[in-house]
Ligand binder design. Structure first.
Ligand SMILES: [Fe+2]
Ligand SMILES: [Fe+2]
Length: 396
């Protein structure tokens, strides 16, 4: 056998010599000897320490330099290691173990190490939707800049009471957007990082809501007035969403029923906006919301195919929330009136009647949307209608 020799020349262990020694040893069988020579005066001291730490033998070489005898510790380190699934969505496992923790999907995971107890949403059937990678890519490319996407300086004049109605609606929207930010943000911290695309999607969703909070606040304050009112009933309704600990049920109540209804509301505001800024901010938010609803529907649609008890659980969640809110007023009356005034646009009996009609149509449109989405999740029409009717009067 030809002797294996490595000349480090001037390179010492303080400058990375271990990389060359390690690389030379990696190609050798266990027990083989490597003759290491070099000009660094500290080479012997450093190489001896390094070999001890790595489980390789070390002795002085009779011809100068040192002999390193390859040990097996570096090979044993990876005994029992495993791949954390595959890197692509086709490499997902059904239930990633807690000890994979923050390991990248597809990485070779060294055995041992801390379990990550907080990732309790770890069932592919509960959290995954095949649509998630595409929705994330779409979300990432559709981010807009609140500073430039809205023409904040466009000139318009509104009667004071119409402006007040817009401010009241914006105040209500901000309140709902804040709930819509906090809920996915809390859920995403519980999703096992193995389901990377779902975390990414929820993170961008939270960023969407952050922008919605900003643009609605900015529109409310555009004319220098004060914010509108926040009712007990509205906040009580949102608090029931925050209290739902189950991933699927929280996402059902927020994204399918709540944000689903919000789509109709934002469409209404786009159509009836009395000024161009209100129109732009609601239109931008609506595009983002459609994505939030799409993920909620897609992942529950998938779950419904594998979990025969899902429909009972979803129904239970709607009924529990309805019962919890039975004694509250639901929608802030100021918001309801503001929607009528906003759609009326002026203070004549005919205009108010028109505004009232538009809000009634909005309520029907919301109900239609909820029933359609409930049907997609597999509820028969009568049950979908019943559940839609139990949805919170606060709309979200
Ligand atoms: Fe939003
Ligand atoms: Fe949303």
């Amino acid at each position: 056998m030809t002797p294996h020799r490595l000349d480090l020349e001037w390179l010492g262990f303080t400058s990375g010599a271990h990389l060359l020694v390690d690389r030379a040893l990696r190609g050798l069988p266990v027990g083989a000897a490597l003759h290491v020579v070099g000009a660094d005066p500290a080479l012997g001291v450093h190489l001896r320490g390094w070999c001890r730490a790595r489980g390789h033998g070390f002795q002085e070489h009779p011809d100068g330099g040192y002999t390193v005898q390859r040990g097996r510790a570096d090979l044993q380190r990876w005994v029992g290691s495993e791949r954390a699934g595959g890197p692509g969505p086709d490499g997902l496992v059904h239930r990633p173990p807690a000890h994979w923790g923050l390991a990248a999907r597809g990485a070779l995971v060294e055995l041992g190490g801390p379990a990550a107890p907080s990732f309790d949403v770890d069932d592919r059937d509960v959290v995954w939707a095949d649509l998630a990678p595409r929705l994330y890519a779409n979300a990432a490319s559709a981010q807009w800049d609140p500073a430039t996407a809205v023409d904040w300086s466009v000139a318009f004049e509104l009667p004071a009471e119409i402006e007040a109605a817009v401010v009241q609606v914006m105040t209500y929207l901000v309140e709902n957007e804040q709930a819509a930010l906090v809920i996915p943000a809390r859920l995403l911290a519980r999703v096992h990082p193995h389901f990377r695309e779902v975390l990414q999607l929820l993170a961008v969703q939270a960023a969407d809501e952050a922008r919605h909070m900003e643009v609605f606040t900015r529109r409310a304050l555009l004319r220098g007035g004060e914010m509108g009112t926040s009712s007990v009933g509205g906040r009580a309704s949102l608090t029931t969403l925050l209290a739902e600990p189950d991933f699927s049920l929280a996402s059902f109540l927020l994204s399918v029923l709540g944000e689903g209804s919000f789509l109709a509301l934002l469409g209404f505001l786009d159509r009836h906006a009395p000024d161009p800024v209100t129109r732009q901010v609601t239109r931008l938010a609506r595009i983002d919301e459609a994505r939030h609803v799409a993920f909620g529907v897609a992942h529950l649609e998938r779950q419904a195919t594998v979990d025969p008890t899902l429909h009972g659980k979803l129904r239970g969640a709607v009924e529990r929330r309805h019962d919890a809110l039975a004694d509250t007023a639901g929608l802030n009356a100021d918001v309801f009136d503001a929607l009528i005034v906003l759609a009326a646009g002026e203070w004549t009996p005919a205009a108010i009647a028109r505004g009232h009609r538009a809000v009634t149509e909005l309520q029907h449109a919301m109900d239609d949307g909820r029933r359609r989405r409930l049907s997609r999740l597999g509820f028969p029409p009568d049950e979908a209608a019943e559940l839609s009717a139990l949805h919170t009067r606060n709309l979200m």
